[in-house]
Design a protein around this ligand. Sequence first.
Ligand code: AMP
Ligand code: MG
Length: 487
Amino acid sequence: MKKTESEKIKLENSYTQLPEVFYTLQDPTPVTSPEFVIFNAVLAQELGLDAKLIQSEEGAAILAGNQVPDHATPLAQAYAGHQFGHFTMLGDGRAILLGEHITPDDNRRDIQLKGAGRTPYSRGGDGRAALGPMLREYIISEAMHALGVPTTRSLAVVSTGEPTYRETELPGAILTRVAASHLRVGTFQYARKWGTQEDLRALADYAIKRHYPEVWNQENRYVSFLRELIKKQAVLIAKWQLVGFIHGVMNTDNMTISGETIDYGPCAFMDVYSPETVFSSIDVQGRYAYQNQPYIAGWNLARFAEAILPLLDKDQDRAIEIANKEVTSFLDLYNQNWLAGMRGKLGIFNEETEDEKLVEQLLEIMEKEKADYTNTFRGLTFPDRQKDEVFQTDEFANWKEKWEARLQRQDESMEDIHYLMRESNPAVIPRNHKVEEALEAAVAGDNSVMNRLLDVLKNPYAHTNAQEEYGRPPATPDPAYRTYCGT
Ligand code: AMP
Ligand code: MG
């Protein structure tokens, strides 16, 4: 492996200070001919990286794993996880943490190469990724960020010049993922199952220092850590529900400690509002359906609490009591966040006890009328857009009366209300048919469709004419739409 003296990316690696059970040093496996497919110059700038320098041939070599930046110590992380309810040993099977980059505002960001070759955790996998799914993660994660949903980011996708073999032969690629960290609920499950209590404590201390430094000096920092994680996840899952995002594989290894969305495999955004919507081809029982996401998040957090039980109290019964108390607060916290977001979507500033009912009545009408989730709220925001059938029903007319009366029971002007609604209701989401269209063209070598889509997705709350085409639901909705992961 060629080491470079390049100043292009200067990396630290605090992860190697953790006990060795948590990782394996592992260089990426070089590829034949790396070439940028897409590069996120705006993100590079935000991170304090020199976009021009990185976009060079040498930059491509680094982001393909053909060159390791000087002083970097690439590694693969160990973790476990409950996948569809079943506990398994996992780990980075195809991702390699190049290192951590410190941004100009002093934030530590993981720079990870996804699809960078086999690791000791690869099991039967080839360690590689196909171009389509990596571009998909790029598009959706950047769209999520623009929508205001905490997420890992995508810095680049580099094609490898090598085929990957799935059901068919597909072009290979590597995604550069940027994350607050890659610590997962599953990392703690791994520590509890295969580490010592000191290992578990070291991991918890590391996570606290990195993500929850404010709890370090508290009486029981681990209880506070659990509480703060629960709060962060309540915020995150509420945001997912509010934009109609379905993750698809909410396994415990896909839930971060930082509160960022991670792992865009079989995820998608809902067009028609239907709480049972499932997109993952492998989720035959609907475990990770839209309406189940808050419950699954609660279940995952219970697994987290279980994992750190020995840190919560020396007395196990007391520890369980503490864990139960914290974990049961999740659904309430989630609901508060969700309701606050829904109030925003409806232009409501103050709180009334009947608000939740008002929201639920609207959702019931939307479900019955098979209304488009995003465009219904957009229609409420811009009344001249109320062309869809849902707006023509008597039920909607009745509901609208109640809503308008509700808007009167606050001091804010119609102008303030409209402003809040514009800020709360996106004009565009990455609709499946648009994402698929962009990916199909990009995999065939034409990036223009994807670039236009990405451009529009950058400003979902802009409400401009340029968004028109992208705000339209598919001509014929496809209820059987499925996405595939592990590709
Ligand atoms: P994911 O479905 O992406 O969350 O991955 C679940 C587990 O499978 C993780 O341990 C991944 O690293 C691993 N994995 C997925 N695809 C591959 C692959 N092509 N080669 C090796 N490991 C993989
Ligand atoms: Mg994963």
